[in-house]
Design a protein around this ligand. Structure first.
Ligand code: 5GP
Length: 192
């Protein structure tokens, strides 16, 4: 079992609504060693892809995204969750994303300045559940004419529809941890 899965077992807490809380190392306090394990696996899986940019969404994707970007020597861009005033700006790519944990739909946005048609973008995020965040980020990339090289995820809840949706849309997805079930508060992984 990898270190990430071990930490999920020891520190993770299952909340109602199938939410796995991992605040001690991923979503609030951040453990750099776990981040390096995760990002090392993404880098190995997506090596030799001529990636020019890493894209994530604020806030929890930023920590692993900056490590990957720094290792590859490319910029890291994060999509912002919109406030109404920012949406009057026409120099933005925007798309609606429904939040799994907050149960609200927000626009997310990036400036048109930071994505161009010759970019090859690796999208990364902390969790994959229904796939809304990842599909929204892929939509921003595609609006710009850039290419989605792949999608790197820290923790995928494989029994929820996101993974299948991304596979069906033709994206290459690599998730470091794949959870098969959180039933009865117990974490079970897909076999590694
Ligand atoms: P999706 O868009 O795939 O439905 O959900 C992904 C987003 O929702 C992630 O960016 C993450 O912030 C949040 N999320 C979804 N499921 C969980 C979960 O079980 N635990 C935590 N901490 N965040 C989650």
């Amino acid at each position: 079992m990898g270190e990430l899965n071990r930490r999920i077992v020891t520190d993770g807490q299952v909340f109602p609504g199938d939410v796995l809380k991992v605040d001690s190392f991923l979503n609030h306090q951040i453990d750099p060693e776990i981040m390096h394990e995760i990002t090392g696996k993404w880098l190995e899986y997506f090596k030799d892809r001529e990636i020019t940019k890493i894209l994530t969404i604020e806030a929890s994707g930023i920590a692993p995204a900056i490590i990957v970007a720094s290792t590859l020597g490319v910029p890291m861009l994060f999509a912002k969750k919109a406030t109404p005033s920012t949406l009057t700006n026409h120099d933005l790519y925007t798309t609606p994303v429904h939040s799994y944990t907050k149960n609200v739909t927000n626009e997310i946005l990036v400036s048109k300045k930071y994505l161009s048609p010759d970019d090859k973008v690796l999208i990364v995020d902390d969790f994959l559940a229904n796939g809304e965040a990842a599909l929204g980020l892929a939509d921003l990339v595609e609006q710009s004419g850039a290419e989605v090289v792949g999608i790197g995820i820290c923790i995928e809840k494989s029994y929820q529809p996101g993974r299948q949706k991304l596979d069906d849309a033709g994206y290459e997805v690599y998730s470091v941890s794949r959870i098969q079930s959180l039933a009865n508060g117990r974490v079970e992984f897909l076999s590694e």
